[in-house]
Design a protein around this ligand. Structure first.
Ligand code: NAD
Length: 266
């Protein structure tokens, strides 16, 4: 049993807050050198990098908008310049722009698809190209590279008022599985993690007031998730403990995807 990520380099997108932040911390705790990507909030990303370094680890905070091809290319170049290699990508960045479908603007639709789906494609492509360049020479893990997409229970649960978000996460599922099918023979592992309701800034407004109570009706296990619940799954997927896990989604949702409304016969 070896969860260690020593001598490996991990890049986590959208890691200045929430799940990405917890993933970067979790990967560093297992010995990985970590690139903490942020879009607009440099300060928490830089503070996390400083904390990891003060604990004896290696980290750097790098800004980039994952929906922009040039930014993504620069992010990967800077990662290589700093650490000389890449072994793990956690494509985590995501956002919501909510609206009833009849009122949803094209701007709201495009923004969510650009970040949540195009961003995942651009980062996965850049990681794949780097893994191919490195080949098996690095010998730090059984796979030559690992890609972990941050999806959502909404890759399978339709979500009224959030059709752009649900469509983007459904897209992430097919993106992940299609990449996994295409390149698995190259010993590159590709998987997703699909969180349910995890307490982070993305859902702070829906947890306000009696929001948490309402959300809990959708969670058979009876609690809101912590970012660490998701980070634990990501770390495992990045490690050799999951070496035979490829092209699948790990749901970290307290049972949200079990259609809890049917518990009492629907
Ligand atoms: P969050 O808002 O704290 O984190 C999202 C991160 O994405 C932020 O750090 C933000 O800066 C970054 N980001 C947004 N646009 C970006 C861009 N253009 N380029 C680079 N980074 C960008 O929320 P979170 O809950 O931590 O979300 C992380 C991921 O988890 C998202 O993909 C989200 O869809 C997914 N998710 C979250 C939950 C939940 O309950 N919290 C549930 C399912 C899925």
């Amino acid at each position: 049993m070896n969860l260690s990520l020593s001598n490996q380099v991990a890049l986590v997108t959208g890691a200045s807050s929430g799940l990405g932040f917890a993933c970067a911390e979790g990967l560093a705790a297992q010995g990985a050198s970590v690139v903490i990507n942020y879009n607009s909030h440099a300060e928490p990303a830089e503070a996390l990098a400083a904390k990891i370094i003060s604990q004896g680890g290696q980290a750097i905070a790098l800004g980039a908008d994952v929906s922009k091809e040039d930014d993504v290319e620069r992010l990967f170049e800077q990662t290589l310049a700093k650490f000389g290699a890449l072994d793990i990508l956690v494509a985590n960045s995501g956002l919501q722009k909510d609206s009833p479908v009849g009122e949803m603007t094209l701007e709201q639709w495009n923004k969510v698809l650009e970040v949540n789906l195009t961003g995942q494609f651009l980062c996965a492509r850049a990681a794949l190209r780097q893994f191919r360049k490195q080949g098996s020479k690095r010998d730090v893990s059984r796979a030559i590279g690992k890609i972990i997409h941050m999806s959502s229970v909404h890759q399978i649960i339709p979500w009224g008022g959030h059709v752009n978000y649900a469509a983007s996460k459904g897209g992430v599922d097919m993106l992940m599985r299609s990449i996994a099918q295409e390149i698995g023979g190259e010993k590159i592992r590709v998987n997703s993690v699909a969180p349910g309701a995890i307490a982070t800034p993305i859902n702070a407004s829906s947890r306000a007031g009696d929001g948490t109570e309402k959300i809990l009706k959708l969670v058979p296990y009876g609690r809101i998730g912590d970012p660490e619940d998701v980070a634990n799954a990501v770390v495992w997927l990045a490690s050799d403990l999951s070496d035979y896990v490829h092209g699948t989604t790990i749901f970290v949702d307290g049972g949200m995807s079990l259609y809890p409304g049917f518990q009492d016969n629907g």
